[in-house]
Design a protein around this ligand. Sequence first.
Ligand code: THU
Length: 157
Amino acid sequence: MIGKKLEINYKEYSSLEELDAKDRMLIQAARQAQKSSYAPYSHFNVGAAVLLEDGTVVKGSNQENAASPSGLCAERTAMFAAGATYPGVAMVSMAIAGGPDFGLCESPATPCGACRQVMAEYQKIGRKPMSIILTGKDKIWKFEKVDDMLPFIFDSI
Ligand code: THU
């Protein structure tokens, strides 16, 4: 038996000013998208903004439903909207902002496993790394590619 270790790489920023203009713009778009969150059951409101390779920004927010499995996370809402509206255009970055009652968590809210799996597939078909930017109250985390969020991606295609 050989014990193996895996390293996860990401960057932590302590203020918006440390990020470049594109990343700041995308965070703003995610915060704006958060306002459209429909989360009357969890009161946890999430916004996501996907940047496409041609500069288009597609927004999404979590949409809940009384029949709970019928709802969807902000990240998948945004990615599926982008995939459906701009098929074949690579998704190169996504910013996510979430927290209770339209606020932000102290440490950034992190995407669920199902959303990471969907990110992985869009990154693969886009053939470009998709960076993921997570927004917290006083911390921002940036992952340069989806692989850094989801190692051992299930990959059947
Ligand atoms: N949620 C997201 O939108 N994104 C995530 O990455 C995690 C959770 C939503 C789903 C649900 O509407 C609420 O947050 C509480 O789980």
